[in-house]
Design a protein. Sequence first.
Lengths: 346, 469
Amino acid sequence: MYKWFALKRVLKGIFTYVIIIFIMSVLFNTVNEQTMRSNIEEQVRAETMRLKNMQPAAIQRFQQQRRDDLIHLYRLDRPFMERILYRTWNTLTFNFGKSTIIKSSRGEREVLTIVGEALPRSLILFTLAAVIEIIVGIILGLKKAQKPGGSLDRTTSLLTMIVYGMPTFWVAMILIMFFVYQLKIFPSAGMHSVPPPQGIMYFIDLLWHMTLPLLTLVVIGFWGISYVVRNIVLNILQEDYIMAARARGIPENKVLFGHTLRTAAPPLITMSVLSLLSSISGAIIFEGIFSWPGLGNLYWIAVQQNDIPVLMGDLAITVGIYQIGLILLDLTYGFMDPRIKVGGKA
Amino acid sequence: MNLGDTKYRISEFWSEFRKERSGLVGLAILVLSLLVVIFEPAILPWKEANSKWRSIDYWQDNSASAPPAWTNAFTKLKAPVTVRLDDGEKEEAYLDGGVKLVTYTFDYHYTADKAPLDVIFHITGHGDIPFQVSVERPDGTTLDLGQRFEQGLAGQDIRISVDNDGREAAFTFIKNYESEGALEQYSGKSLRTNDILFNTAREGMAREFRPLKGNYKLMVKAMLLDPENSDVQKPYVVVTGSVSGLLGTDDSKRDLFSGLVAGLKWALLIGLLTSAISVLIGVMYGIISAYFGGTVDSVMQFIYQIVNSMPVLPVLIVISAIFKPNIWMLIAVMVLFFWTGSVMTVRSMALQIKEETYIEAAKALGAKKSRIIFKHMVPILIPYSFASMALSVPSAIVYESSVSLLGLGDATIVTWGQILHDAMQGAAILKGIWWWVLPPGLLIAIMGMTFAFLGFSMDKILHPKLKTR
């Protein structure tokens, strides 16, 4: 039953996420508590400033009182295991607390707001890039598979290997240097012009700002996809039913797109989602080069400002996105290929 | 498996590998870079680039953000190249009162169209010594550019920069040629010494630079007031040009070629060490998981899935930002994520091998589990992991450079990622300093390409199904 398979996979994903967050709470416990304690000190000092007409002794008593209250509130006086579990629970309920320096566009200091603002910007960039990559990659891969060992196949395979280890951020730097400062046809940074234009121009402006980051991701991304598509399709093209289809006189394009692509769909989808996930897990900091205000750029800012709560929140959300991607991957795979869900083991 | 068997398998592999042209190219680049690493001391133009990469003094005689020397080939006005002159001609003379005069003369052949940025004299001395620096121009005139009296020297390096110390002398020099009216516009401060020193002497020389090409004699004179207890050694002159070295300099005057050569060994080390350790762990993990099965398998698969569902780079960034690891720690952390790469393939292959009859025979003969694993399973599966070993090298290098790009790299070494980080900090993209941005990334890409060539070729040989038919 697909229903049970899906439920099982989702529950497993959630369980994995809980465990990862727990490991991180243990790993980063010391630095988290340091930040909390300095936050408490800051708050106590701010409250003392507001007091007037008090004796020094009374002020000191008040400070001590407040400090104890806050430490109790954040459970810093509890045993180690309880603190860890408390923090894990806070992270799981997206209760990241307040940032130390970074503010959201409306000036708020809630980490969830800051990360939540960045999230859709990253998603739009990476998913759009993935869609373009997949389309280009599948078309190129099919062409390659049609004539394996041909000149197109060989040159593109060579190019695939050449771009294999190319760092995305470096390609971004080169493209900026060429298109922005030499040719001056694209904006250097950001997501919108300042001030952002209204109406339809708003989207054109967005696209104009997005072109270069998209170009970077696509130029690096589609080679690998086309190589995998070629290998998958090549295997299928040798099956008997393809030969049968050809023998019946079905047009070559229909054989390719109808018969071959349908069989190749499950692994192709896996690979597409995986490539999207791998760019999240490997290329995300290239946003910093373009000052594209997404999750990757947030890492840059948080590292430079040493803003620990934002760094933690950003990481928790990125891991979450990655986890959701993996779950979606298995769900679609199970949907496309019925054999998977019968086995129950994804 | 005995030695002859191994030899046979290697020769068999080689005869297949020889047919892969891209694999051979990859092998050639790998061997070449290993040679560069071995002969690094001979290749480095700046010998102490490794230990003094972040020292300001070591690089002070270079010019900042200078393009590579070969860019002269594409420009109309040739810029002078930074050179270091070491072979000074030594002359000794005794003056009245037991004073010994030591003169070192350096020949500088000047052919460029622009003036050098600076001429810097270096000399090491002991005792109380007055120094004088002068230059004899091709037209016969001699300029005394500066004096310095150093007391109580104990082997320090004296640095005399003509640009700083020779301004007044240069101003006095143009007084001979310029009219009163023209001179009023200038003072010792507004002139660049070297624009005068390498200029053709004539009226209007302060306004316009017309190079006087030819042989310049750069002289440094040391008066040893007490020849018994004082001496001078190791003189050299640096003529700082506006182009420098094979790949130019960055904005802190560092020679980029030296930095890139010094970074090569770290890139190779990071890549090879990370991938080798993690693939070995992965292979062992897969075999153990498959061989024991049951609960062991379930637990191991569960751990594998947890690690596999963490995004590597974000976790790596946060760990580096918080623990500030050195390079060895960073490699260790990367291994913690990388070992998952080969587990699944190895596990499924090991599940097949486990059922083979010779394993059963070994078991029946009473072989221990460790013997079966190490003698019968590991030797068969290790070769298959070579391809994935090679293919995971580039990602290790790229991850390290990504972490370094954020400024979280190990500050005791030089890596290509750190050079790119400095380039970002120095706004090299905005200023168009391409020789600072292009080469480091290109080298990372070439390293990636090399291992991709090797990995894909091995993959083709080891998994014959992918062969083009």
